[in-house]
Design a protein around this ligand. Structure first.
Ligand SMILES: Nc1ncnc2c1ncn2[C@@H]1O[C@H](COP(=O)(O)OP(=O)(O)OP(=O)(O)O)[C@@H](O)[C@H]1O
Ligand SMILES: [Mg+2]
Length: 164
Protein backbone atom coordinates (compact mmCIF):
# COMPACT_ATOMS: atom_id res chain seq x y z
CA UNK A 1 0.00 0.00 0.00
CA UNK A 2 1.22 3.48 -0.80
CA UNK A 3 1.89 5.56 2.29
CA UNK A 4 -0.82 8.11 2.59
CA UNK A 5 0.42 11.62 2.05
CA UNK A 6 -0.61 13.78 4.96
CA UNK A 7 -2.08 16.91 3.55
CA UNK A 8 -3.06 19.80 5.70
CA UNK A 9 -4.81 22.85 4.49
CA UNK A 10 -4.94 26.17 6.16
CA UNK A 11 -7.82 28.47 5.50
CA UNK A 12 -8.30 32.01 6.63
CA UNK A 13 -10.60 34.87 5.84
CA UNK A 14 -9.46 38.37 4.99
CA UNK A 15 -11.93 41.16 5.64
CA UNK A 16 -10.04 43.93 3.85
CA UNK A 17 -7.19 44.63 1.42
CA UNK A 18 -5.09 45.59 4.45
CA UNK A 19 -5.65 42.18 6.04
CA UNK A 20 -4.65 40.52 2.78
CA UNK A 21 -1.48 42.61 2.73
CA UNK A 22 -0.85 41.57 6.32
CA UNK A 23 -1.00 37.90 5.31
CA UNK A 24 1.45 38.75 2.53
CA UNK A 25 3.82 40.49 4.94
CA UNK A 26 3.90 37.38 7.15
CA UNK A 27 4.68 35.22 4.14
CA UNK A 28 7.37 37.63 2.95
CA UNK A 29 9.00 37.64 6.38
CA UNK A 30 9.16 33.83 6.43
CA UNK A 31 10.22 33.42 2.79
CA UNK A 32 13.52 31.81 1.91
CA UNK A 33 15.49 31.83 -1.34
CA UNK A 34 13.99 29.36 -3.79
CA UNK A 35 10.46 29.54 -2.40
CA UNK A 36 7.58 29.26 -4.84
CA UNK A 37 4.17 30.76 -4.11
CA UNK A 38 1.46 29.97 -6.64
CA UNK A 39 -1.55 32.29 -6.54
CA UNK A 40 -4.79 30.96 -7.92
CA UNK A 41 -7.96 33.01 -8.01
CA UNK A 42 -10.14 34.81 -10.51
CA UNK A 43 -9.90 38.42 -11.67
CA UNK A 44 -9.66 40.98 -8.88
CA UNK A 45 -9.63 38.55 -5.97
CA UNK A 46 -6.45 40.04 -4.46
CA UNK A 47 -3.43 38.25 -5.94
CA UNK A 48 -1.54 41.47 -6.53
CA UNK A 49 -2.65 42.85 -3.16
CA UNK A 50 -1.18 39.78 -1.45
CA UNK A 51 2.00 40.07 -3.53
CA UNK A 52 2.36 43.66 -2.39
CA UNK A 53 2.36 42.42 1.20
CA UNK A 54 4.91 39.72 0.37
CA UNK A 55 7.13 42.42 -1.14
CA UNK A 56 6.86 44.51 2.03
CA UNK A 57 7.65 41.46 4.14
CA UNK A 58 10.82 41.07 2.08
CA UNK A 59 11.72 44.68 2.82
CA UNK A 60 11.06 45.83 -0.71
CA UNK A 61 10.24 49.51 -0.79
CA UNK A 62 8.95 49.71 -4.38
CA UNK A 63 5.23 49.63 -4.98
CA UNK A 64 4.16 46.34 -6.53
CA UNK A 65 1.81 47.27 -9.33
CA UNK A 66 0.14 44.45 -11.17
CA UNK A 67 2.63 43.43 -13.84
CA UNK A 68 -0.22 42.57 -16.26
CA UNK A 69 1.72 43.90 -19.26
CA UNK A 70 4.93 42.15 -18.39
CA UNK A 71 5.17 38.53 -17.44
CA UNK A 72 7.93 39.01 -14.90
CA UNK A 73 9.00 41.84 -12.62
CA UNK A 74 12.08 41.64 -10.47
CA UNK A 75 12.14 43.53 -7.20
CA UNK A 76 14.93 43.72 -4.68
CA UNK A 77 14.74 43.50 -0.93
CA UNK A 78 16.10 41.06 1.66
CA UNK A 79 15.90 38.59 -1.25
CA UNK A 80 15.00 39.11 -4.90
CA UNK A 81 11.28 38.80 -5.57
CA UNK A 82 10.29 37.49 -8.97
CA UNK A 83 6.71 38.56 -9.49
CA UNK A 84 5.35 36.54 -12.38
CA UNK A 85 1.91 37.04 -13.90
CA UNK A 86 0.75 34.39 -16.35
CA UNK A 87 -2.51 36.16 -17.20
CA UNK A 88 -1.34 36.85 -20.74
CA UNK A 89 0.21 33.46 -21.26
CA UNK A 90 -1.24 31.72 -24.30
CA UNK A 91 0.81 28.54 -24.45
CA UNK A 92 2.47 26.69 -21.67
CA UNK A 93 5.65 26.40 -23.80
CA UNK A 94 6.10 30.13 -23.33
CA UNK A 95 7.24 29.48 -19.78
CA UNK A 96 10.34 27.82 -21.16
CA UNK A 97 10.69 30.14 -24.15
CA UNK A 98 10.63 33.17 -21.89
CA UNK A 99 13.36 31.68 -19.76
CA UNK A 100 11.19 31.76 -16.65
CA UNK A 101 12.93 28.64 -15.39
CA UNK A 102 15.93 30.80 -14.53
CA UNK A 103 13.71 32.55 -12.01
CA UNK A 104 11.61 29.58 -10.97
CA UNK A 105 14.72 27.64 -10.06
CA UNK A 106 16.74 30.69 -9.10
CA UNK A 107 17.92 32.36 -5.93
CA UNK A 108 14.89 34.44 -5.16
CA UNK A 109 11.30 34.17 -4.05
CA UNK A 110 8.80 33.54 -6.86
CA UNK A 111 5.21 34.65 -6.67
CA UNK A 112 3.12 33.53 -9.64
CA UNK A 113 -0.27 35.08 -10.37
CA UNK A 114 -2.64 33.02 -12.53
CA UNK A 115 -0.54 29.96 -11.72
CA UNK A 116 -3.35 27.67 -12.89
CA UNK A 117 -2.45 28.66 -16.46
CA UNK A 118 0.97 27.08 -16.19
CA UNK A 119 0.70 24.48 -13.46
CA UNK A 120 2.32 21.62 -15.37
CA UNK A 121 5.36 23.79 -16.15
CA UNK A 122 5.77 25.12 -12.62
CA UNK A 123 7.79 23.52 -9.80
CA UNK A 124 5.90 20.65 -8.20
CA UNK A 125 6.99 21.74 -4.72
CA UNK A 126 5.25 24.99 -3.84
CA UNK A 127 2.77 26.68 -1.61
CA UNK A 128 -0.49 27.11 -3.48
CA UNK A 129 -2.64 29.98 -2.32
CA UNK A 130 -6.17 29.74 -3.57
CA UNK A 131 -8.21 32.90 -3.21
CA UNK A 132 -11.98 33.00 -3.36
CA UNK A 133 -14.23 36.01 -3.54
CA UNK A 134 -16.74 36.03 -0.66
CA UNK A 135 -18.07 39.60 -0.78
CA UNK A 136 -16.97 43.11 -1.73
CA UNK A 137 -14.47 43.19 1.08
CA UNK A 138 -14.00 39.54 2.02
CA UNK A 139 -11.82 36.86 0.52
CA UNK A 140 -10.99 33.37 1.66
CA UNK A 141 -7.41 32.16 1.40
CA UNK A 142 -6.64 28.46 1.25
CA UNK A 143 -3.00 27.56 1.66
CA UNK A 144 -2.07 24.18 0.23
CA UNK A 145 1.50 22.97 0.62
CA UNK A 146 3.31 20.54 -1.67
CA UNK A 147 6.58 19.41 -0.18
CA UNK A 148 8.31 19.55 3.17
CA UNK A 149 9.45 23.16 2.96
CA UNK A 150 5.88 24.33 2.39
CA UNK A 151 4.39 22.20 5.14
CA UNK A 152 6.95 23.89 7.37
CA UNK A 153 5.75 27.35 6.29
CA UNK A 154 2.18 26.28 6.92
CA UNK A 155 3.18 25.28 10.43
CA UNK A 156 4.67 28.73 10.94
CA UNK A 157 1.59 30.51 9.62
CA UNK A 158 -0.92 28.37 11.45
CA UNK A 159 -1.31 30.72 14.38
CA UNK A 160 -1.49 33.86 12.30
CA UNK A 161 -4.40 36.16 12.96
CA UNK A 162 -5.15 38.95 10.51
CA UNK A 163 -7.07 41.04 13.04
CA UNK A 164 -4.88 43.57 14.70
N1 LIG B 1 -10.13 41.33 1.51
C1 LIG B 1 -9.58 41.79 0.36
N2 LIG B 1 -8.37 41.36 -0.04
C2 LIG B 1 -7.81 41.81 -1.18
N3 LIG B 1 -8.39 42.70 -2.01
C3 LIG B 1 -9.59 43.16 -1.67
C4 LIG B 1 -10.24 42.73 -0.48
N4 LIG B 1 -11.43 43.36 -0.40
C5 LIG B 1 -11.51 44.14 -1.48
N5 LIG B 1 -10.42 44.04 -2.26
C6 LIG B 1 -10.21 44.75 -3.53
O1 LIG B 1 -10.08 43.79 -4.55
C7 LIG B 1 -9.15 44.23 -5.52
C8 LIG B 1 -8.04 43.20 -5.66
O2 LIG B 1 -7.21 43.62 -6.70
P1 LIG B 1 -5.90 42.84 -7.12
O3 LIG B 1 -5.28 43.63 -8.22
O4 LIG B 1 -5.07 42.54 -5.94
O5 LIG B 1 -6.53 41.49 -7.69
P2 LIG B 1 -5.83 40.41 -8.62
O6 LIG B 1 -6.30 39.10 -8.13
O7 LIG B 1 -4.37 40.64 -8.69
O8 LIG B 1 -6.49 40.75 -10.02
P3 LIG B 1 -5.97 40.34 -11.49
O9 LIG B 1 -6.59 39.02 -11.77
O10 LIG B 1 -6.51 41.42 -12.35
O11 LIG B 1 -4.48 40.29 -11.45
C9 LIG B 1 -8.63 45.57 -5.05
O12 LIG B 1 -9.36 46.60 -5.68
C10 LIG B 1 -8.92 45.56 -3.56
O13 LIG B 1 -9.12 46.85 -3.02
MG1 LIG C 1 -3.04 40.92 -10.31
Amino acid sequence: MMPRQFTSYFKLISHSPEQTQRLGVSIGELALAGDIYLLVGSLGTGKTCLTQGIAWGLNIKEYTLSPSFVIMRELHGRLPLYHIDLYRLDHIEEIEELGLDDYLYGDGVCVVEWAEKGLSALPSEHLMIQINYLSDTERSFQLKPSGKRYREILGQLRHLSLDS
